[in-house]
Design a protein around this ligand. Structure first.
Ligand code: MUC
Ligand code: MG
Length: 367
């Protein structure tokens, strides 16, 4: 079970339709495939999505930190020494998606070695999650059409609507149009990616008070400490900390400081090992939890559902698992399939998915 080699392979797959939101936009999935090899001939995989606008990481930076700092510190360790892996990666600050992909590839390799699924290793609560679809900025009619297509084709009935534009009415009109078109049979929530001030957020929430929102996420910057606290106090729905709560310590600070009442768990930034800590913390604090999307490809989405399905708390709400549908292609031998509004884990060992060597050869950018 010894780790013998770690690879960080950059690849690029264009989006059919870019995702736009208040802090940036994504046109091409320029991710890094991380592979962990063991002396038993097992290979564990995961992907790191660089999000410079959220974590300051780039594709080149992820490759460099994995190759130069992380790989030398984990080669020689056993797959069972996951806490030691976490402690060694933890000596370096930041780099959350690079650390997470390595962590999840170790868990995948462990599952494959033991012939057990990652979800079973983690908690084994369920084998599936309901799916929430994230709607990026567009005209109201286009966003309504996208939501209707997701509902009619995949049975998805939960939508996270990107907001945070100025003037805020651009977004409140979209949310109103969605509620009018889709009726009360769908769940809607909003994510501002820190685009509004606290005062704009309060006004926008007041204007949407009759739209029966489920949550509000990261509407204004958490660094606007008093403004954010003031906003969260008057919010009548759970207020999700996403990019303001990257580590378990951040979650503690934001929640105890009154800046959030719910948390987004993203395996892309907390892997499986740190996501367990965030999950247990959220359970202990009595927080609502949503499994979030870091604009993941199919491998990243499988990591999200593998973790989310493992616990009762994470299965309570739909997980953000569908944005890979906007990519022109992906790396897996068998594409993920959403049906009846749900995404199931794969029955095999580890994550239960395989990277297609031909697809990797086509999309890798290092050869
Ligand atoms: C989200 O929930 O915010 C957009 C920016 C980011 O960091 O993640 C995505 C989705
Ligand atoms: Mg968010």
């Amino acid at each position: 079970m010894k780790i013998t080699k770690v690879e960080a392979i950059p690849f690029a797959i264009p989006y059919r339709k870019p995702l736009r939101f208040a802090s940036g936009e994504v046109h091409v999935a320029e991710h890094v495939l991380v592979r962990v090899h063991t002396d038993d001939g097992v290979v564990g995989v995961a992907e790191a999505p660089p999000r410079p606008f959220t974590y300051g990481e780039t594709q080149d930076g992820i490759r460099a930190v994995v190759d130069q700092l992380f790989a030398p510190q984990v080669v020689g360790l056993s797959l069972l020494e996951r806490e030691t892996v976490a402690a060694r990666l933890g000596r370096t600050v930041g780099n959350p998606t690079a650390k997470s992909a390595l962590d999840m590839a170790v868990w995948d390799a462990l599952g494959r070695t033991l012939d057990v699924g990652v979800t079973e290793l983690l908690g084994g609560f369920s084998d599936r999650m309901r799916v929430s679809h994230m709607l990026g900025f567009d005209e109201p009619a286009a966003m309504v059409a996208e939501a209707e297509a997701m509902r009619d084709t995949y049975g998805i009935t939960t939508f996270k609507v990107k907001v945070g534009r100025r003037p805020y009415r651009l977004d409140t009109e979209v949310v109103r149009a969605l509620r009018t078109a889709l009726g009360s049979t769908v769940d809607l929530y909003v994510d501002g990616n820190r685009g509004w001030s606290a005062a704009e957020s309060a006004r926008a929430m007041k204007e949407m008070a009759d739209l029966d929102l489920l949550f509000a996420e990261e509407l204004c910057p958490a660094d606007d400490v008093l403004g954010r606290r003031w906003l969260v106090q008057q919010c009548d729905v759970p207020f999700i900390a996403d990019e303001s709560a990257v580590t378990p310590a951040d979650v503690t600070r934001e929640v105890l400081g009154g800046s959030a009442t719910a948390v987004s768990i993203k395996t892309a930034r907390t892997g499986f090992t740190q996501s367990q800590r965030v999950h247990h913390l959220a359970e202990g604090l009595g927080l609502e939890v949503v499994m979030g999307n870091q604009i993941d490809g199919q491998l990243g989405s499988m990591c999200t559902v593998a973790f989310g399905a493992a616990y009762r708390l994470t299965t309570r709400r739909a997980g953000e698992l569908s944005n890979f549908l906007d990519m022109t292609d992906d790396l897996l031998t068998e594409p993920l399939e959403i049906s009846g509004g749900e995404l199931a884990i794969r029955p095999g060992a580890g994550l239960g998915v395989e990277v297609d060597p031909d697809k990797l050869a086509r999309y890798r950018t290092d050869t």
